[in-house]
Write a protein that binds this ligand. Structure first.
Ligand code: AMP
Ligand code: MG
Length: 347
């Protein structure tokens, strides 16, 4: 057990002295959780194999799931990779800093401990001021997976991080709730048509505006073998079993109400993840609205905290509405599929 210091920082203008303390921990090989625009990250020196080991141990992360390396300056990139493809330059221009992770061929500087033995390295530049200042001050790129115990819902505030990792890491920088709420988009540029390995904060539509056609890794479908090692694991899972209901809004509401009635008759406590448009249509269960269907960013920023809330309420069964897969909805649905262990009901 280590003592985990929790330090509140100004999310727009992080205090220099606080960032300095956190950066010193990183430079000395320790671990600091910090906010990014997507979710909270668990950061360690990306060039230090021992720091990477500590990250895997703190999270209980499978050894073959590579870490994303975070940078604050394009100049850092050149040292970490063999070459920067033209298409990557276009994307960096448009989406960095922001929730887009690009896969590069790694240089010798990046240890295999960070990339889980792969010759490639995943890199992004986050847009959150705390993340950028921390990386800058540390003077090294920071490897940072989501700051949760592997398999659990990702952390969107410092309390979520503390719930999972207090006693296991040196510091948490508390910059309040994150904005996007789902992780970065991971993009593979090694094929003629770029492939989304994980849908995320930058949408397929946005990528296609820059690159033309972009594919979604067919391996993301249930039962298939994903191209990205981390995607094969059960993820984001709440404690209770979850059923995701997809279909027209009317059908979703009807079926969820019927299921909730049946489950409650069996004496079970039911959590319903609804939307602003439907919450008033439910007559049973513990209803939480994820947000407005016409503004999916309100939903992406809430799904993980709702799953954690259902954990704390100790519900026995979660029933969740599906949303449109347009825009960031694709990332939201990818997370909900996984949270439900692909237990999907089409209605
Ligand atoms: P996390 O940091 O926990 O949000 O997960 C990182 C994601 O990036 C996982 O899905 C990894 O499989 C993926 N990833 C990281 N590095 C690579 C890489 N070199 N090639 C392919 N996928 C990667
Ligand atoms: Mg994660």
């Amino acid at each position: 057990m280590v003592e985990t210091k929790i330090i509140t920082v100004d999310k727009n203008r992080p205090e220099k002295d606080k960032i300095k303390k956190a950066a010193e921990i990183i430079r000395k090989g320790g671990l600091v959780a910090f906010p990014t625009e997507t979710v909270y990250g668990l950061g360690g020196n990306a060039l230090d194999e021992d720091a990477a080991k500590k990250i895997y141990a703190a999270k209980g992360r499978p050894q073959d799931n590579p870490l994303i390396v975070h940078i604050s300056d394009i100049l850092q990139l050149e040292k970490l990779v063999k070459e920067i493809p033209e298409r990557a330059k276009l994307l960096m221009d448009k989406f960095w800093p922001g929730p887009l992770t690009i896969i590069f061929n790694k240089s010798e500087v990046v240890p295999f401990g960070t990339t889980a033995g792969l010759d490639t390295v995943a890199i992004r530049m986050p847009s959150h001021a705390v993340a950028l200042e921390l990386i800058k001050e540390a003077g090294v790129p920071i490897a940072a997976p989501s700051a949760n115990i592997s398999g659990k819902p990702s952390p969107v505030c410092a309390e979520d991080v503390a719930e999972d990792l207090a006693g296991r890491i040196d510091m948490i920088l508390d910059g309040g709730k994150v904005m996007v709420g789902v992780e970065s988009t991971v993009l593979d540029l090694s094929e003629k048509v770029p492939i989304i390995l994980r849908p995320g904060g930058v949408t397929r539509e946005q990528l296609e505006e820059v690159l033309g056609r972009v594919e979604l890794d067919p391996g993301l479908a249930p039962g298939e073998k994903p191209r990205s090692p981390g995607q094969k694991y059960r993820h984001y899972a709440p404690k209770a079993p979850m059923t995701l209901v997809e279909g027209s809004i009317d059908n979703q509401v009807k079926v969820i109400n019927e299921l909730a009635e049946k489950l409650e008759a069996e004496g079970l406590k039911v959590g319903i993840m609804a939307t602003a448009q439907t919450r008033h249509l439910y007559t049973r269960g513990h209803i939480i609205s994820a947000g407005d269907r016409t503004a999916p960013l309100t939903i992406s920023s809430n799904i993980f905290s709702i799953l954690r809330k259902f954990d704390r309420m100790e519900v026995d069964q979660i029933l969740a509405e599906g949303i449109s897969k347009e825009g960031i909805g694709l990332a939201v649905m990818n997370r909900l599929y996984k949270a439900a262990g692909y237990n999907v009901l089409k209605v």
